[in-house]
Design a protein around this ligand. Sequence first.
Ligand SMILES: Cc1ncc(COP(=O)(O)O)c(C=O)c1O
Length: 464
Amino acid sequence: MDVERLKARAEEIGERENARLRERTPESAKLYERALKSLPAGVASNFQAGDPYPVYLSRGKGSRVWDVDGTEYVDFHGGFGVNVVGHAHPKIVEAIRRVADQGIHFAVTTPATVEIAEAVCERFQLDQVRFVNSGTEATMDAIRVARAATGRDRIVKMEGSYHGHHDVVLFSVVPEADTLGVRYDVGGEAADSAGTAYTTRPTSKGVPKSMWSDTIIVPFNDAVALEEVCREHGDEIACVILEPVMMNIGLVVPQPGYLQALRDICDRHGIVLIFDEVKCGGTIAYGGATERFGVRPHLACFAKAIGGGATIGAFGGEARIMEVVTKGAAQQGTFNGNPLSVAAGLAALTQVLTRDAYEGLAKMGTLLAEGCQRAIDDTGIPAHTMDLGAKGCVSYRKEPLRNYRDFLETIPELFYASYTWMVNRGVFMTPGDEEQWTISVQHTEEDIARYVDAFGEFCAELVS
Ligand SMILES: Cc1ncc(COP(=O)(O)O)c(C=O)c1O
């Protein structure tokens, strides 16, 4: 297939669909103009920005959301992997109502906090856990704990991976930097040294120079690269942090034996292995990646779906490591264990996101992925689908991805045309190709068919 022709066609479609989007979303355009005055880029977070402007939402119910123009969509955006319970789930709403009536905040641990700690420990095979308020805080605190436990400063992270927006992980976060125009700039000496470890400048401005050599980058799915860097620098490295399934460049699964090899290397060098399960923990299986892939890290981080839509994060693992928080390593926060978040999270974990629920999510996800794959096969466009539980995506490259370098071979132009195409047809999606769908327990086969049909029409349009 002629890729340049496809890109040109995608551009044509994108322009036409953008014009259509502007026509049908005047209230979003108006709110954007207003928001620009009080919010940089008119949004509360860089990830919420959109082109030509964000489609602003006003409410959600079940599998649906409504924008400020009153248009209804089937929601596949899922709040970036949070809304596995769907919107306004009656059990979550009831739990929040009860708390709203009994005191929203104390900054004192309640019985419900202990209950959710027990639920998280049981579910994700942790000895102990501490709560925070976001995924960023979870990875920040886990890294501090690993540094305190080992007395070492340096960390290892995967090329092109995202772990939140605190300084030490803002190196080699390239998809996030799309808006900065540096998608293809992998940094450091890395441009021609695939397969080796390196340090690099940060992908965000504002990260102190004094930190630039603390973060070592290695490719995902390459245990040999980690082994090599550990042979030379093992006694300087506090932790290796990774998403066991990379979910910020589509969906990249670990190759057989990879996670166990990392665990073995970390054990040999006294390094703390941290699984960042902020996105995958509540989405891919009842017990997250630890259960799904059968490898236990020393520490793991959670957030997003475990709160049922409320603001929560958590990290935990082996008691011998976690105990440093009682021996001089700072781990605190006014809102940690906030009753509102705890009630929503407890209802989500114990009443909605049950083992049975994950069976249903996996079936729906596969239905969606297979439907999209049929359209890809019928039209021959260079793409493939991946799905794991509630999460999945179309990646615009024929072969599955093993790491960030493979992601650079995908064709972003095709995704961006598909985004406006789908949104204009009532399918709400994330605005970037780093992440695509999250389905919820409230999605139906009819919702899935809506996505599959719209995507099939997009593929046909692309090759017409
Ligand atoms: C794997 C991973 N870690 C950490 C974070 C940061 O979480 P938060 O946005 O809640 O700070 C994210 C957010 O997308 C994530 O995907």
